[in-house]
Design a protein around this ligand. Sequence first.
Ligand SMILES: [Zn+2]
Length: 416
Amino acid sequence: MKKTVSSDRIKRDIEDINLSAMRNGDGITRLSYSTEHAMAIRYLAYECHQLGMSCHLDGIGNFIARLENDETACDSAYCLGSHIDSVINGGKFDGTGGIIVGIETLRILTERGVKTKHPLQLIAFTEEEGVRFNSALAGSRFFTGELDTEILKTWRTPEGDLLEALLTDFGKNLEDVLDGTLPKSSWNMDFFVEPHVEQGPVLAESRDILGIVTSITGTSMTEITFSGEANHAGTTPMGSRKDPVRGLIYVANLLERRVQKSGNITATIGKIQLEPNVSNVIPLKANFTVDLRSAESDVLCTLLQELEDWCNQAAQTWSLQYKIRTGHKVMPTEMDPQVQACLMECARKRGVPSRFMTSGAGHDALSMSAICPVGMIFVPSLGGKSHCPEESTNFDHLALAAEVIADFITAKDSKT
Ligand SMILES: [Zn+2]
């Protein structure tokens, strides 16, 4: 593939913005509200100013750049964005790749002389990874109004720092939901499109360059505890036992069979704890977690109900008690069908090999779907690796994503 001006600029951006967050051999660490975060924002602000955009930070530290349109009739913005924070020892492309593709898209539009009827907006969300407050997508959920300011005031990092204190050092304040100069219409969006590296092997295996996301997978985390009677492993006959591990095995077996059969769900028993966990004692308790993920909400809901039914059957068969609790459940989020179709049409017209696919990981687009039509475009991750120093993506592929999104904006604008 030929190097383009876009791919050279993207390479420079990715290398420069990551310079301050690079740790020798340990990848990128850019936690929200760190010096590295502040330096990345300064970089973005400089590049966006070059494009004539005005730059703002909202109350939680999301970076918002905006280019007003000439006409006042259409104030709903065309918005691109992703996140700027990283995991500890993460890669150069997760989040950052999408923001840089966003900037490059705006450069392409400027060079083509495109003046859209709607304002253009770029958002670099903070705290998507949930590293600091164990709450993923915090920046985008604040932006969409899903997070309550009073609750945010209680948030602390594992080191004991209050979010409020970190924000004060960052020159921000949760009460100032809006930067005073940011127009209220910043929330009024025609669409939000998030470019992102795939973080998995699907595109690399199918040899496609772009993935148009159809939906973001729903996830649930269920904790199950079977309780029985602890007793001697040698003297208690098999017929007289109340062994909670039998319940665990029963549920695990049915779950495995069910997942093998349906194929559109993943199930993981990632944690098992036995009490007392001694080799010659029938346990008193067996506690385990079931992580379920599916892009189809009815599949997820049915399986959650089945889990409960299986627990009940196991309890009756082996005289056990059980507790089941689903602590976390996020339903699958559909991307806007029109956005999907238009992105795919633009990719095909440009001759870029592309496919529709689901996203197995959560993204800021999920939060944004609460306030506007959303779309996502994936670019291959080399070897499917992410959240590690080896994370890599071809700059030419990122450049193609920018070209396709620029075409998409032009196509949308011509229909306005
Ligand atoms: Zn990400």
